[in-house]
Ligand binder design. Sequence first.
Ligand SMILES: [Zn+2]
Length: 164
Amino acid sequence: MVKEDWAMKTVTNEISKACSVIPGKMALPNQYFAGRVGSRFIISLRDSKKILGVKCPKCKTVYVPPMECCQKDMTKIDENWVELGDTGVLVNYTVVNYRDAHLPRKTPYILGMIQMDGAEATLVHLVEGVDPQNVKIGMRVKVVFAGKTTNTILDIDHFEPIEE
Ligand SMILES: [Zn+2]
């Protein structure tokens, strides 16, 4: 066993010395199908700047972003739309320090789990207007809509703290 570990370490070192990493780009055109429920959510953001959720008639759970079935009891809920306001609470977050060209912001930035007022499920989105070292779980936040639509979830540009 010890001998095998030693052999693996040697191979890894030899590989890292013998190989180089060559950065490159691959074009990968794709389309993401938001689905019927996701599309209605995005279209409402885009055309009305309104945040829609769906409410389970059985257990009363409200989901934002909306989904077809309740995760608690599997009731079909995709026709039971409710309109929510633009405020919520930050229930968790992470500070992203990993840099990559496809990421939506320059690092460091905050990615938060936001529970919209009136909803139980959480929405993952960008939190701005607060330094990463000052962000707090429980912070009240509000939606800032994008000035120009991208016809995506980024029609909500970000969330920012509510000054109270
Ligand atoms: Zn339910």
